[in-house]
Design a binder for this molecule. Structure first.
Ligand code: KIV
Ligand code: NA
Length: 275
């Protein structure tokens, strides 16, 4: 899809929304060629690409830098960009300026923010400004430190009711879609049925209107911990490791570069060289 206005259409037509993260030009090219409906430039960037152990250190400039590369790699795909930790929690005015700046510099189509509470006002304001906003509830990694880590959310009735109420508030505030992360599948199904906007699940079972996974998780690329809810559709890391190891061996043994990788002087120029 080209823009977030198509999200609702997918839900109405009962077509699953395929979302995947990407962080650079080749990743975005592969995602677009695979027919992903939408690409998320997630702040999971911090963990899978930048090597931090949480999303907390990721900055606005980090996000914009990577989103620009993704935009160049996927010019025809709707791109959602995460607002990073702390960038939407000061005043609404500061948040609005930051959001406009992120959108203008990156070329992304929409922004994503985590949580409810005061974030509902953020969703409403940015939507009023004309920025499509994707909400994100359940396990919200930016607040993992206060949620008790990367654990399933909404497991008892009260917590589940709260997530449902938050989801409804996100929709009422104008969110164009809702990411539901790491919640019981029955809760995700119930919320999906209650909302007019599509839900995009990750660790939320099969009933959501779409699915999202982290590029590196689903492709088996990198050494980070892979959550239980991920299916690995390839083992790219093994290919990468094997290729690099073979390269190192070939250089050390003199097998690389070979004749086909080398350029030649003509015989006459060779003669002059050795004069
Ligand atoms: O940053 C990210 O990759 C995300 C998805 C896991 C939803 O927010
Ligand atoms: Na994120």
């Amino acid at each position: 899809m080209k823009s977030t206005t198509e999200f609702q259409k997918f839900k109405r037509d009962k077509r699953k929304i395929v979302m995947v993260t990407a962080y650079d030009y080749p990743g975005a090219r592969y995602a677009e060629a695979a027919g992903a409906d939408t690409i998320l430039v997630g702040d999971s960037l911090g963990m899978v690409v930048l090597g931090y152990d949480s999303t907390v250190p990721v900055t606005v400039d980090d996000m914009v830098h990577h989103a620009k590369a993704v935009r160049r790699g996927a010019p025809g795909t709707c791109i959602v960009l995460d607002m990073p930790f702390g960038s939407y929690h000061a005043s609404l005015e500061v948040t609005t300026r930051c959001a406009v700046d992120m959108l203008q510099r990156s070329g992304a189509d929409a922004l994503k923010v985590e949580g409810a509470g005061e974030v509902i006002d953020v969703i409403r304001r940015l939507t009023q400004v004309g920025i499509p906003v994707v909400a994100h509830l359940g396990l919200t990694p930016q607040s993992a430190a206060v949620l008790g880590g990367y654990v399933v959310q909404g497991k008892d009735f009260e917590a589940a009711q709260q997530i449902l109420r938050d989801a409804q508030a996100c929709e009422a505030a104008g969110a164009c879609a809702l990411v539901l992360e790491c919640v019981p599948q029955q809760l995700a199904a119930h919320i999906t049925a209650q909302l007019g906007i599509p839900t995009i699940g990750i660790g939320a079972g099969p009933a959501t209107d779409g699915q999202v996974l982290v590029f590196h998780d689903l492709l088996g690329y990198g050494n980070h911990r892979v959550p239980k809810f991920v299916q690995q559709f390839a083992q790219v890391g093994e290919q990468v490791q094997g290729g690099l190891t073979a390269y190192a061996q070939a250089v050390r043994s003199g097998k690389f570069p070979g004749a086909v990788h080398s350029f030649n002087l003509s015989d006459s120029e060779l003669g002059r060289l050795y004069g």
